[in-house]
Ligand binder design. Structure first.
Ligand SMILES: *Cc1c(COP(=O)(O)O)cnc(C)c1O
Length: 405
């Protein structure tokens, strides 16, 4: 079956709006992806027909809401091939999922323990671990990157030792698009007894991820990067690891029994889900996975690779252009600079022409420091983007070069 991008675009109402008098070209998918009608419908339907608090009520609405929410959890479990539904903790997003694990290890790590963070991380996969090290006296080691935009795997092998407890690395870099060799990173960590958390926020929109095949200890992502709503995400953890960790927050939903002498905690997943969750968001997360699966992640990856190749070839023709991580395995992200132009100025001119790109450090300042640049212009593509839209961006970049130089 041919990949019918025009038909797919009909599912996304926002793609038909105008920005600054022009039809929107949305190339900021790595920051958040757009929302298709079935996902919007799931949210509207929930509030129109089912809205009630879950896991508590005997009444019909509460039971229906609970069933829909737990069905979404099972969809997420199947999609990522977790062994048990209770290994899927629904969080407010990647950031909260990471903080949940970082806070849990504060009572487990000892002074002298070591944790490894890659130089290519989003700030949300750096700062919580710095806070953890401050609390525990553990040492933060940085897995360095190389000029071509990949991780230095030789340095990684040297960093690992018997004191290494945890390793944190993204599956795909949000700033560069690089796909990191996470299966190998995990197996090397396991060989010294360390556990690995994979930040999958940029991988899950483009690939089918199988947490068992990867042997990931923890794997996290946000629904809004995969056509779902904001404010909901996944923390996958192997049951044995999640059981070992203390709860993240105290409150309702996460307890078995409460007295002022002693409170006992609920079983997984509820131990980590204090308070009323984003119920509509969780259900819509499930609808988003249904939607991308109805197109097929393999078809999506193939189509996006063709967009990336087309855009790379077109951009290479522009004078003074530097494309970062150009020749490595990556998703459809183009991070670039044009000699003499500030990324922010280029982004502003593109915006005037209805084209949304991201400029700046992309919450990954250490990468920018590594390249000694203030930031980049990042165009990140999704399966609903087209070659015609890329042509429009290239024309707009040519105008920006003329105007700014
Ligand atoms: C977007 C992103 C995050 C943060 O996700 P939130 O939804 O803001 O919590 C973390 N890591 C990477 C790689 C991302 O792309």
């Amino acid at each position: 079956m041919a990949f019918d991008v025009q038909k797919i675009r009909q599912d996304f109402p926002i793609l038909h709006r105008q920005v600054n008098g022009q039809e929107l070209v949305y190339f900021d998918n790595a920051a958040t992806a757009q929302t298709p009608q079935p996902v919007i419908d799931a949210i509207v339907d929930y509030y129109s027909t089912t809205n009630a608090n879950i896991h508590r009520g005997v009444h019909a609405l509460s039971q229906e809401a609970t069933e829909a929410y737990e069905a979404a959890r099972q969809k997420i479990q199947k999609h990522f091939n977790a062994v048990h539904p209770y290994e899927i903790i629904l969080t407010s997003g990647t950031t909260e999922a990471i903080n949940c694990i970082a806070s849990g290890y504060a009572s487990i790590l000892q002074p002298g323990d070591e944790v490894i963070v890659s130089a290519m991380e989003h700030h949300s996969n750096i700062v919580p671990w710095q806070m953890l090290c401050e609390k525990t006296g553990a040492q933060l080691k940085v897995l360095p990157m190389l000029q071509n935009g990949t991780l230095d795997m030789e340095a990684y092998a040297q960093l690992l030792n018997a004191r290494t407890q945890l390793v944190f690395v993204n599956h795909v870099s949000n700033a560069l698009g690089t796909v990191n060799p996470v299966a190998s990173i995990i197996s090397q960590a396991h060989a010294v007894g360390a556990k690995v958390l994979i930040d999958g926020a940029q991988a899950t929109p483009h690939y089918k991820v199988d947490v068992q095949a990867l042997a990931a200890d923890f794997y996290v992502t946000s629904a809004h990067k995969i056509c779902g709503p904001t404010g909901v995400g996944m923390l996958y953890g192997k049951a044995e690891h999640l059981r070992e960790l203390p709860p993240y927050q105290g409150g309702g939903e996460m307890i078995a029994e409460v007295t002022f002498e002693k409170t006992t905690y609920a079983d997984l997943p509820h131990k980590f889900e204090a308070g009323t969750p984003n119920i509509a968001g969780g259900i819509a997360f499930g609808a988003a996975l249904d939607y991308v699966n109805s197109i097929g992640l393999e078809a999506i990856a193939t189509y996006e690779a063709s967009l990336l190749a087309y855009a790379t070839a077109a951009l290479e023709q522009l004078p003074g252009i530097t494309i970062y991580a150009k020749d490595v395995e990556k998703v459809a992200v183009l991070s670039f600079n044009i000699e003499g132009l500030h990324p922010y100025d280029v982004g502003s001119i593109l915006d005037k022409m209805g084209i949304a790109v991201r400029t700046g450090h992309h919450c990954a300042q250490p990468i920018m420091d590594y390249y000694e640049i203030p930031g980049t212009i990042r165009a990140s593509f999704s399966f609903y983007n087209t070659k015609e839209e890329i042509d429009r961006m290239v024309e707009a970049l040519k105008k920006a070069i003329t105007m700014l130089q």
